[in-house]
Design a binder for this molecule. Structure first.
Ligand SMILES: CNc1nc2cc3c(=O)[nH]c(N)nc3c(CCN)c2[nH]1
Ligand SMILES: [Zn+2]
Length: 370
């Protein structure tokens, strides 16, 4: 079962409030999705993820296909059972990871030949193979197999890549048609070229997917270029279907995306930076390993009531990082994820109460954004 309800659109921006219903529960949008690439959101237990407010998590076809392999997950009864997560799961199709992780890959019409980044063995993923793997994983929302083109890239390269991704999307839709309980999203490409974005969006919308991602962004381009392409592209996307911006992001990227009509986003940022001691706070980012926190017994963030902020000081967390104690990474991860998830809840409340732009400006001033 899959349903998207558009509950409200802001008067002074394209920000919108929505609700997605899946077999594994409801998702209030706009939503940030923590990334659990290899069937775990690093250092977090499922209960801790629920405790901080995670409504849905991401996992990944490429990684799970390589390790532990689909046979084991199939024997476990699917990914929800394997990782003991009973809420919604979205899996990415492996396209992005093949291009960003493996080398000497060869793109053909059929699919992508590449070497495993683990042991160098020869591998191949096609649109059909990606759908089959995601079907075995049993995720609630699955992605079409696409090429996330590099940035920068020529208009010619992006044109070829985008049209091949359209042909792959058609094959994914064909191959997926009799798989119930899973919802397939199309991925709009087109690089930083508005004419190609328009073609991709129109053709994807004609294929009538139940939701759409905007791919090929957050690939190193400046924020204002991403915003410009995003603002242009969302205008071609149906109002009554979810819009998912892939690979975003930090608080400012999330605010900018919501303002331009995005409902869903995912990023490894909060969990990745937490593991090296970078903490998101309402006064900007702090590097907790810094000696300045040696005797600072205040909580990470005065305005945060997460488990970490309620129970531990900066000095203690700095100590944990300094002596390489795993608890340090866990406490920083709990805080960073809670910070982003709470910010998204505040964003939903601000759309509900018609003060989204005020909330954004207030947050930017405190966080130190321009
Ligand atoms: C960090 N930036 C970023 N950009 C992405 C683009 C795609 C993209 O264009 N396609 C796919 N399939 N995934 C993407 C991802 C992975 C999302 N978890 C991206 N991540
Ligand atoms: Zn906190």
């Amino acid at each position: 079962m899959f349903k998207f309800e558009l509950l409200k659109t802001a008067k002074d921006s394209k920000a919108r409030l929505g609700k997605i219903t899946t077999n594994h529960g409801e998702i209030e949008t706009p939503i940030f999705m923590p990334v659990g690439t290899r069937a775990t959101v690093k250092t977090m237990t499922p209960d801790e993820l629920k405790e901080i407010g995670s409504q849905i998590i991401l996992s990944n076809t490429y990684h799970l296909f390589l390790r532990p392999g689909t046979e084991i997950i199939e024997k476990a009864g699917g990914l929800h059972k394997f990782m003991n997560w009973d809420k919604p799961i979205l899996t990415d199709s492996g396209g992005f990871q093949v291009f960003s992780l493996s080398d000497n890959r060869k793109i053909t019409e059929e699919g992508v030949h590449f070497r495993s980044h683990i042991d160098g063995s020869k591998m191949f993923i096609s649109p059909e193979k990606s759908i089959d793997i995601q079907n075995i994983l049993g995720s609630d929302i699955i992605m079409a197999f696409d090429e996330c083109a590099p940035y920068p890239a020529s208009h010619e390269y992006i044109d070829d890549s985008m049209r091949r991704t359209l042909r792959w999307a058609k094959r994914c839709k064909e191959h997926h048609k009799n798989i119930d309980n899973q919802t397939l999203f199309g991925i709009i490409q087109g690089g930083m070229y508005k004419d190609l974005r328009e073609i991709s969006a129109r053709e994807m919308v004609d294929m009538d997917f139940k939701g759409y991602s905007i791919g090929g962004l957050s690939v190193g381009e400046p924020l204002d270029l991403m915003n410009d392409i995003l603002d242009f592209t969302t205008d071609f996307m149906p109002e009554n279907k979810p819009r998912y911006l892939m690979g975003v992001g930090s608080p400012d990227y999330l605010f900018e995306a919501v303002e331009r009509g995005i409902d869903m986003a995912d990023c490894v940022l909060p969990t990745r930076i937490a593991r090296n001691g970078t903490v998101l706070t309402h006064k900007g980012r702090i590097a907790i390993k810094n000696a300045v926190y040696k005797e600072d017994f205040s909580r990470l963030d005065e305005d945060c009531d997460c488990y970490t902020c309620k129970n531990f000081s900066k000095a203690y967390i700095r100590h944990l990082f300094n002596v390489d104690e795993i608890l340090g990474m866990r406490l920083a991860t709990i805080h960073n994820l809670y910070f982003l998830l709470q910010t998204m809840k505040n964003i939903r409340d601000s759309i509900k109460g018609d003060y989204f732009l005020e909330y954004k400006n207030d947050f930017y001033k405190k966080f130190g954004y321009k």
